[in-house]
Design a protein around this ligand. Structure first.
Ligand code: G3P
Ligand code: CA
Length: 312
């Protein structure tokens, strides 16, 4: 197997480099996000974990897609025409409706195309199911590959996705059917689904995603009552400590936006027994600084950069 040969050649197993590398949406900087070619490239480059986003179709199938609706920035119909915005919500479509959609190229002039100028199109790439991606972990030589599965739901837009219980049931059913519970994490900004998932599969490791930015804040410190994202837990009842909040939520891993992290919060999380995995880090200098800070894992659109930088 190419990936293992490469790992062996470079001595780049996670143990060897001491830090886990996760391919974000596969290898989004190199190939179209959340497609099988993108995930394959990440595996070839030697990532430890594939990070992927999950939605659910109307007929209840978990599919690998970042947005709650089809994204016209990188989706063409069966005739090759770019979808007109806004895209349809996944929960209004059956799996069969997705079969002919092509997500293998960023629309010219789109934000995706501008942001990832080195992304090589792969025309004909389809929206995979969760089971399709998990199958990559059954190929020869990928026994050590793991999956960081992000359930995409939003407590402020409940009509746009399955609810947390239904979502968790569907994901756990696929993980069990594929024999992958032990090789998967479930992560979410909406922590309700993490509680539901652990109720169904207590052995499952869950990841609390956090971000405290103007463009998204799922912690909402200093406001009356709990954030709608944190399953009834209120940061202000934990002295304002995100690591303590995450511990109370039962997550094994804290996954913050990388710019929210400090030396103090890494140390606090480690003292609580949490692993710290940051997203989404694309510049080598940031990767090295975070490695020095002691993070346990880095999620990146550019696994090639991370593998090279963290081998140093
Ligand atoms: O792994 C967490 C990270 O993927 C969250 O951000 O929007 O890229 O899914 P997003
Ligand atoms: Ca994600």
């Amino acid at each position: 197997m190419r990936s293992l040969a490469l790992l062996a050649l470079l001595g780049l197993s996670m143990t060897a480099r001491g830090i886990e590398i996760q391919g974000h949406r596969g290898a989004r900087g190199l190939l179209p996000e959340n497609t099988i070619p993108s995930f394959e490239r990440a595996v070839e480059l030697g990532v430890d974990v594939l990070e992927l986003d999950l939605g659910m179709t109307r007929d209840g199938v978990p599919v690998v897609h970042h947005d709650r609706a089809l994204n016209p920035e990188h989706t063409r119909d069966a005739a090759g025409a770019w979808l007109a915005p806004p895209g349809a919500f996944l929960n209004t479509l059956d799996l069969a409706d997705l079969a002919d959609l092509d997500v293998g190229r960023a629309a010219p002039g789109s934000r995706t195309a501008e942001r990832f100028p080195g992304q090589v199109p792969h025309d004909g790439a389809r929206i995979p199911t969760l089971a399709d991606v998990l199958a990559l972990g059954k190929r020869p030589g990928t026994e050590g590959l793991r999956f960081n599965i992000e359930t995409k739901l939003n407590p402020l837009a409940p009509e746009e996705t399955a609810g947390p219980a239904e979502f968790a049931r569907a994901v756990i059913a696929v993980l069990r059917a594929e024999g992958m519970v032990e090789r998967a994490n479930v992560q979410s900004f909406d922590w309700r689904v993490l509680f539901e998932a652990r109720r169904l599969a207590p052995e499952l490791s869950t990841v609390c995603l956090t971000v405290e930015r103007r463009w998204l804040d799922n912690i909402l410190r200093g406001r009356p009552g709990p954030s709608p994202w944190t399953a009834g837990l209120d940061i202000d009842a934990f002295g304002g400590s995100v690591p303590r909040l995450v511990e109370a939520a039962g997550c094994a891993v804290w996954s913050p936006f990388y710019r929210d992290l400090t030396e103090e919060t890494v140390a606090e999380a480690h003292a609580l027994g949490l692993r710290v995995v940051v997203w989404t880090v694309n510049e080598v200098d940031d990767m090295l600084a975070l490695a020095r800070l002691g993070v346990d894992g880095i999620i990146t659109d550019y696994p090639d950069r991370a593998v090279e930088a963290l081998a140093r």
